[in-house]
Design a protein around this ligand. Structure first.
Ligand SMILES: [Zn+2]
Length: 276
């Protein structure tokens, strides 16, 4: 009987998801002249022989595929780089695709993390939620408030930490793992109070969304930094760390101001110039 009892937790951790090849939706990219030229070049340089280092058996001229070494979803910037191509036989291609998918599943990358996780519980740590458009000064304001004595939960910083890149440099592929980690940190706020206080940065322009966070986490307060669009733009211009994503962030500032609605009870804070 004891043995069965010991086996149980092991059984319950078995991953019942099966590894299936992804549904092949025809990606128009593979029909482009640029891709066909790249693929032809990769095949020609390989002499039509599989280049996969783990290829089993004799290396003969075979039917196969010009494959991306760094997958397109990870490195779209290298999709036409001749150095990022490898000719693979179908068998090696199938094995590599299977392994890559398993690795993604183990990291949980294929399961989208929720931006608004319904399972969140009220924070036992006094929490300030800081909202506002990009480049409005949310992080600076939150840091001043925490004064080095608390946990600041900021998606941009989590993306930087996970990727090992500088702030704002990490690409979209880091968003999902970062949201998952942010959610785990938010979940921990409802348990042991490990920090004297905490801050959460979310842009959330609409009153409804801020109400959602208020209901879920029961923060001490929700602060909105109402930095005007023009000042956000100036701050963006003057911030070289934002170079890579400037166009995207500029659009995000405009979109924030288009959808912004006030919510009774929110604390309104002016632009950074007004803090001194
Ligand atoms: Zn092969």
């Amino acid at each position: 009987m004891a043995r069965i009892g010991m086996l149980k937790p092991r059984l319950s951790t078995v991953d019942t998801r099966t590894v299936r090849p992804m549904a092949k939706v025809a990606d128009p990219y593979y029909g482009t002249a640029e891709h066909k030229a790249w693929a032809g070049d990769v095949k020609q340089r390989a002499g039509g022989v599989c280049q996969d280092p783990e290829h089993k058996g004799e290396r003969l001229v075979c039917k196969g595929i010009a494959d991306h070494i760094e997958e397109r979803r990870d490195r779209p910037d290298l999709q036409l780089d001749p150095g990022n191509g490898m000719y693979r036989c179908w068998s090696c291609h199938a094995r590599k695709t299977y392994m890559a998918r398993q690795a993604r599943m183990e990291r949980g990358d294929d399961v989208p993390a929720a931006n608004h996780p319904e399972w969140l519980l009220p924070s036992v740590v006094p929490l300030t939620i800081v909202c506002g458009p990009p480049a409005s000064g949310k992080t600076t304001w939150a840091r001043q408030q925490l004064a080095g004595r608390g946990l600041l939960i900021d998606l941009d910083e989590i993306m930087a930490k996970l990727s090992g890149l500088a702030l704002y440099e990490a690409g979209r592929e880091w968003l999902n793992p970062a949201v998952r980690q942010r959610n785990a940190l938010l979940g921990a706020l409802s348990k042991q109070p490990k920090f004297p206080r905490a801050g959460l940065i979310v842009s959330e322009p609409t009153a409804e969304r801020r109400e959602w966070w208020a209901r879920k986490l029961r923060p001490t307060r929700i602060v909105v930094i109402e930095t005007p669009e023009a000042i956000c733009m100036q701050r963006l211009e003057g911030d070289p760390r934002r170079d890579r994503r400037r166009a995207e962030v500029t659009e995000a500032v405009k979109a924030w101001w288009r959808s912004y609605t006030r919510r009774p009870g929110d604390v309104i804070v002016g632009p950074p110039e007004a803090w001194r």
